[in-house]
Design a protein around this ligand. Sequence first.
Ligand SMILES: Nc1ncnc2c1ncn2[C@@H]1O[C@H](COP(=O)(O)O)[C@@H](O)[C@H]1OP(=O)(O)O
Ligand SMILES: [Mg+2]
Ligand SMILES: [Mg+2]
Ligand SMILES: [Mg+2]
Length: 310
Amino acid sequence: MAVAPNTPLLSRLVSASIAIANHAGGVIREVMKRGELGIVEKENARDLQTEADRAAQRCIISSLSKCFPKITIIGEEGEEESKSTSGIFDPASVPVVNINCPTDLSTLCEEEIVVWVDPLDGTSEYTQGLLDHVTVLIGIASGGKALGGVIHQPYYNYQNPGADLGRTVWGVVGGDVGGMAVQPPPEGKLIVTTTRSHSSVTVNDAINAVGPDEVLRVGGAGHKVMLLLEGKAHIYVFASPGCKKWDTCAPQAVLEAAGGLLTDIQGSPIPYHSAAPHRNSTGVLATAAGLHHDTYIGKIPQNVKDNLKA
Ligand SMILES: Nc1ncnc2c1ncn2[C@@H]1O[C@H](COP(=O)(O)O)[C@@H](O)[C@H]1OP(=O)(O)O
Ligand SMILES: [Mg+2]
Ligand SMILES: [Mg+2]
Ligand SMILES: [Mg+2]
């Protein structure tokens, strides 16, 4: 369906990203259904890539760059999977989502935009059949800031036969959140979410220091931020250099659109310029809306912060 004339670029980009992320979710389910995952080890045995990561990236980058040829797009799975034009999807073939754009972001042009794409977040969990941990992440940045994001959960509802499979949540900082009803976490206790597959002594030291009543060890950066948005956890603590910009850009934008905050473990903003290092070497700490972020940053021990110097 055609977009109304004069629609700001950011609104068009978020709407197209919703459609493309949905389509990529179908690609991910299709690979799992066929059962030939084509698993490759990247940097080490805890860093895997499957045919679903590759095919979803081909689909997302080719489709986005066809619609927006001058934006910079950086995908987790690298150059080869970014050049391909196979699996292209035209977002104009599905209804437009009307996205409000804050006035100060309404004049952005394509050259000012960097899109960070994680075609499949939670790859370890995907290979282990923990399908509800998987998300597709498309994060939109400008001026080094995460401004818009789409989190698609291809397996949302997969344990409820008959219910609609998959859901897509989006947000624009200073604008709206859509695709879900954001819920506050319970009062009177502290639930922390963290990694289940990339733990370390430093990761656990940081968690213990914030004094949790409960720790939810789940896969994926997108999935953990969804737990904050769903009111199932209060904070996400990952004192490790394992996450990259494509893991955090979209979740950060959606969380901050909902009133939360995502920074590194020192409380400093994560920069999203195209030249920024891919690795979030100083870790990640995110808080749901209504929490006092600096209080938790203040509880992270100095030795943990020192272990994660840029
Ligand atoms: N040590 C690591 N090596 C590779 N990727 C990592 C590492 N730590 C975290 N990640 C990425 O960050 C996401 C969140 O981490 P975790 O699930 O451990 O909390 C992972 O799903 C993975 O993204 P991806 O699955 O897209 O490769
Ligand atoms: Mg990966
Ligand atoms: Mg990831
Ligand atoms: Mg990934």
